[in-house]
Each structure stands twice: as structure tokens, then as C-alpha cells.
Design a binder for this molecule. Sequence first.
Ligand code: ADP
Length: 649
Amino acid sequence: MDANATSPTAVTSRIYLILSIAIAIGIFIFDAITPADSVISTLFVGVVLLSARFLQTREIWLVSFGCMALSVLAHFLTPYGDYFQTISISNRVLSLAAIGVVTFLAVQSRSQEMVLRERAGLLDLTHDTIFVRDMKDVITYWNRGAEELYGWRKAEAIGRISHQLMRTIFPMPLEAIMGELVRTGRWEGELVHTRKDGTQAFVASRWSLQKDARGLPVAILETNNDISDRKLAENALRESERRYKSIFRMAGVSIWEEDFSQIEAAIDELRAQGIEDFRAYFAAHPEFVRKSISCAKIVDVNDATVELFKALSKDELLHSLDAVFTSETLEAFAGELIAVAEERPHFSAETILQTLKGDKLTVLLAITFPPRPSKLDRVLVTITDITERKRAEEALQKAQAELAHITRVTTINALTSSIAHEVNQPLSAIVSNGYAGLRWLDRQPPHLEDARRTFELIVDDGHRAGEVIGRVRALLKKTATIREYVDVTELIQDTVAVVHGEVLRNGILLRTELAPELPPVVGDRVQVQQVLLNLIMNGIDAMNEVTERPRELSIRSYLDESGAVGVAVQDTGVGLDTNSVDRLFEAFYTTKPEGMGMGLAICRSIIEAHGGRLGASPNEPNGAVFEFSLPPERDETASAANGRPMPVL
Ligand code: ADP
């Protein structure tokens, strides 16, 4: 089959030629000197066969005729002169016939060989790797493509056992492959071969079985295509997929793989209908948002998800998002839809989900969308459980609010009891001296001297009480008042955070409406915050009994025409009696069973000490508005504030 491997080079063919001529001459001489009836001339057959190894068909015939001519010449040159004997003529004719027949066969095999060689030359032109092996896997043909792919030259490969040479790794037992090959005449599959340099080559291999005239298998033609690059890329992809899967499965955080294609299609349809403002559309069409929940297909969830949502297996979670959604989740889901519509790469929100057992979970939801225009058929949603953190935060806020309340109450308590204690003594002395004076005057005759003495004592005690009050004032004056820049917006936000838990517990909707870029005011931040806190707590108290209307508390900040910063706290509570509005700010005025009636009085003195004003008015249609204003930073204000003591709360 392999023509090139046996074809002699120019040098060897010349050697063959000289050798043939020499042999032919030798046979001729030997033939000429032996009797005419000898069969020496049949040795010319050898010359023909030798020349057939390296000459073309026409030249083989020339050699053959030459040999025949030499044979005939030798016949007549024989010195024994018996050329016309029947035996010698018939011997000569036989040897000439032998030369002719052998030449004919040699020429035929030579031309077959030439055809094969031509075909083999063609096979060398292809980039495919082609080789032929016999039924014992011995390589008999090796094309140029094979040389290039594996590194062995033809001469090195031919004669070797192919599977040993290339250390073939089969995808299935070789017997099974051979079984299929013999049965169907072909086999296709992927093999791994080792090249001459030791590196591995992945090939797509096609085997065809060659049979002889009797239908017996004689050889296998193997055509291989190098698919190493594709295989490496496939392996890298498989490896990255495997890594992704293991991260997905093992991650401590809950991960959902969801298919949003249907949602995307529904949104595209809306867009085709001319919808542009999706935020407004989803707000106006909650039914679209609700319907979309079942359009999000859950492809996979990880172990952490199964655990977090108290499922028995992941299958329980793959049906529908409905199982874990609550009424509060709808808002976050609408946010997801807006993110899809606006083609945002990420979305995150805090929301409430529920486990399959119905427990509420406060979670942080984060979604990564694949970059468009690729389909949203693989959206990753991570869910972080922040229930505990949230609970701790709320507990902290509640504790802060309670602390603020306790501080307020205890400070007032301490203040009132100290004032009471200090003033009570002279007051009771005044009362008892008053009674004594009256008794001296009631005597008949009145004991004027004694009465005078008791009245003098009353005056003394009155002075003493006045001194006590003076001392308390002096004490208050001495209270260091911090003067700093106060950012009212920030102060409102901080206070809202403190009362957040209280607001939630009471089912109140708290709204803030904050003016942008308010100038800072100068004062004691803690005191101003106590005022705001007091007004908010009063508002919450006032809505305690309200059940027939929404409980709403709104905090508004603004800049008034005088440049002062104003804050209004408005509620929808029980409201105010217009006749007693001024009395609210009097000390000890309270309508609450456990009230002190000191809060508003102290608030007003704090605000006035800051050079501002605090007032109240009814809210329309229900509730009350408490409003205070603080003047902008001015030198006069600063000195006024300094001149006046700022009360402690
Ligand atoms: P306390 O809260 O201890 O009663 P305050 O001085 O803070 O003391 O309030 C005095 C009174 O003013 C309250 O008892 C209540 O009757 C009335 N009041 C205060 N805030 C409001 C409000 N937002 N709505 C209606 N009444 C209020």
C-alpha cells in the first residue's frame, strides 16, 4: 500500500539498473557457453523482476524484450551447434514465454502499485490524519497529516503496532469497538493519543474496515481529526461549571437560580404597547406584579436555601415563589420587575419572606442579572437572613426610646422631688406659723406680740423658700449648656431612627418631609433632640385610642420667612381643646393618668432658651400640630442664649 516507502531513491535505482545489466550480461554469457537445450535463459525472469522494482511499465517491457533478444542470441551463439534440436527449441520457447508471462504480471502489479501510489499521494494532500493498519494493528500506511499530528515520520511509524505506539485511550473496551467495526464496517468515537513528544492529542476518530474479495477483513483505515483545542475548551468549561456548581451548592448563603425569560417577554410586550414609565405602571397595576410571581421559574436552589426555608428537600421549593412570598414581598418584587425593565445589572432590597412552616424572615435580597442582550434564563438571587440582626436593631431602638423616656421622667422626678424637698420645709413652717398667728389673734384679747413674732417667722420662711428657688435657679444657671452647630435634618433623621420601633409597634405610619439644605442652628443638640422626642412621644400617646382612622405622624422641616428653621410634628390623634391650648405648656398640666405634665413646659423653656418659639394648634381634620422654630445662627442669639439658662430636661 505504501508506495513511497518502497520506492528507491535515484541512487539506489541506478545501482539496481547497473546490477540488472550486469546480471543480464552474466546470464547471457553463461547461456551462450552452455548447450542450446539448457534452461539457463529462464534466469532472465529474475532480471525482469528486479527491474520491475524501480522502472516504469514501458521500460520493464524494454528490459523484457532485451532479455528475450539476449536469450535468442545466446541460443545461436552456443558453440555446441544443436540449436535446431526439438528439445533445445522448445526449452528456448518455454524460457521466452516465462520471461513474457513474468513481465506481463510484473507490469500489471507495477501499474496497480502506481495507482495506489497516486492515491496515497492524494491522501497526503489532506490535513486529516490518515493511517492504515492491518488486522493485527500493524501500521501499513501513514500519511503526512499523521506525521504532522503525531510527530513520527512514515518510516518510524510503519511496521509499529498503532495502539502501542500512540498509547491509545479508548472510550470503551477495544473488543466492543472491534465488534461494531466488524458488524457494521465502521466505528466513530473520540480517542486520546500520545504524540511522539509525550503530549496528548484528543481526536475524533473514524474507522473503516477494508475487506478482500472473499469478504474477509484485511485492514482498517483510521481517519483522525485533532479536537484537542475544542476538548481543552470543553474541559475548561466543564471545570468552571463544576466549580460554579460546588460554590452554588456549598455557599453558606441562600442562592436561587431563576428563569426570568417569561417575565422579560411580558415586559417586552408592555414596552411594545408603548409603556415607558414602568415604575408608575407597576404601581398602578399590582395585578401584573402578582401575576408575574408565577412567571419566575425556579431552576435550582442550594442547600443553604433548603435549610433556611425549612424545606425537607429542594423539590419542595422548586414549584413556585408563592410559597415563600408574603404580602410585604410584593413591593420588593415590583422593584425586581423595574430592574428588569430598566435593564439594570443588579437589584437589592430588604424584604420579608416566609419559611415553608410559615415563620417570617427578614431578608436582604440581591439579584445579579446577566448582561443584556443575553436571555434572563439564569438569574442568580441571593438571600441573606437578617431577621436576628433586625430584631437586635429593633430591640436597640426600643431600648434607646425607653431610655430617652426614662431619662426624661427620672430627670423631672429628681428635679421635682429636690424642689419639693427644699421648698416643702419652709412652706410647712409658713403654714404652721400661719395657724399659730391666727390662733394668737383669735385669743381674747389677741396676743399681738406673739402674732407679730409668728408673722416675722412666716416672712423669714417665705424668704427661705425664695432662697431655695433662687438656689435651684442658680443651680440651673450653672448647668453647662453645650453650644454647637446643629444640623436639624440629621437630628430629625436620628430621632426618627430612635422611635422607629415604637412607631411600628403602635401601627403608625411615619412620614418625613424635610426641606433641603437647611442652615444649621446653634444650640444644645441633646436638648433640642429631647424636645423633638417629647413631641413625637406625645403624638404617639395621642393616637393610642384612635382606631377609626389611620394613625399618621408626620414630621416636617422648613425655613420660615425670618430665616428661622421650623419643625412641625403633626398627628391624627385625639386633638386639642382650643380653649386649653395655652394650658398645655403650664407645668403639671396633664390629662394622662400617669402623666407628669412637665414635658411641654420644659420643651417650651428649652426652645425659648434657644431664642425660639414652641406652639400648638389643632390639625385638620383630626389631631394636633406642635411646631417649634429656632432662629438661624446670629451673634445676638448666641449672647441671648448665653444670658438665659437652658433648662435641663
Ligand atoms: P404629659 O405627657 O406627661 O401629660 P406634657 O406636658 O408632655 O405632659 O403634655 C401635657 C398634656 O398636653 C398632655 O397630658 C396632653 O393632654 C396634652 N398633649 C400633649 N401633646 C398632645 C398631642 N399631640 N395631642 C393632644 N394632646 C396633647
